[in-house]
Design a protein. Structure first.
Length: 262
């Protein structure tokens, strides 16, 4: 198989900075942790790789809409059929921030999802998926190391992804009842107890609980400011999870306050 040629006339945003693009209209997306992304890229660059976005710990491939419906959840590779991707302008091929690891090419930006799946090592059984403890730990610390690592949502904790402007209102309203929060560009990740999804199932796209296996960028404990992911609300001893019921109330209040401002 070869890289797909598409009739679509889609182009990345033309502004000077990355912009959020909704998944599912022109393409679906596959995100992978860099541990499997780089080896996969070496295989795919032999004529089979479309455009690839890199953002710190994750790589994002653009694939045909609907072509990953049967993909299993893996802790290292994640299919996206909804949500948004920070897409850099065509000229941005270097850090900082999201950039094209494999440059965008007109008509050749999609990767065949079957070829990509094999390269990433994601089989029908979800090979590589690790056993996950459903109980929240009494004390949890990020993986050791000086850099950002990836932790799967649904493991030691569930995770809510909230847009920055709304998240700041939520953090302010929760006060000292707010658990740990990771900020990464315009995305804020709030750590929640496992099983939080029913409490937040009807929240808007701006405040959704991530599916199990979604890769969350986790900075080291000392990183408190950008660039890159950092702890907007640092980890506290025994107080790193936010109560989902209180979070839901804070989200509703934040949305109402924003509507009044408008």
């Amino acid at each position: 198989m070869t890289t797909l040629h598409t009739r679509a006339s889609w182009m990345p945003p033309s502004g000077p900075l990355p912009a959020k693009v909704t998944v599912g209209r022109h393409w679906d997306a596959v995100r992978a942790d860099r541990r499997v992304a780089e080896p996969a890229l070496e295989l795919l660059l032999r004529g089979r790789c479309g455009s690839v976005i890199r953002d710190d710990t994750t790589y994002t491939w653009l694939v045909p809409v609907g072509s990953t419906r049967d993909w299993p959840v893996s802790h290292l590779a994640w299919r996206m059929a909804a949500g948004e991707v920070a897409v850099p302008p065509p000229h941005r091929v270097h850090r900082p921030g999201p950039h094209w690891r494999v440059p965008w090419r007109r008509g050749r930006y999609l990767t065949d999802s079957t070829v990509l799946r094999r390269a990433l090592g994601v089989d029908a059984a979800g090979r590589g998926e690790e056993p996950i403890d459903q109980q929240p730990p009494a004390r949890w610390t990020p993986p050791p190391g000086p850099g950002v690592t990836t932790v799967s949502a649904g493991g030691p904790w569930d995770c809510a992804l909230i847009a920055r402007t709304l998240a700041e209102r939520v953090i302010s309203r929760l006060g000292d009842r707010c658990g740990a929060v990771i900020a990464d560009w315009d995305d804020y990740y709030l750590l929640l107890p496992p099983g939080a999804r029913p409490h937040l199932s009807s929240t808007p796209l701006e405040a959704r609980v991530l599916e199990r296996g979604y890769p969350v960028p986790v900075p080291p404990p000392h990183r408190r400011r950008p660039p890159g992911p950092y702890w907007r609300v640092p980890l506290g001893s025994g107080r790193f999870l936010t109560d989902p019921t209180r979070l839901r109330a804070a989200v509703d209040a934040g949305l109402e306050a924003r509507r009044r401002v408008r």
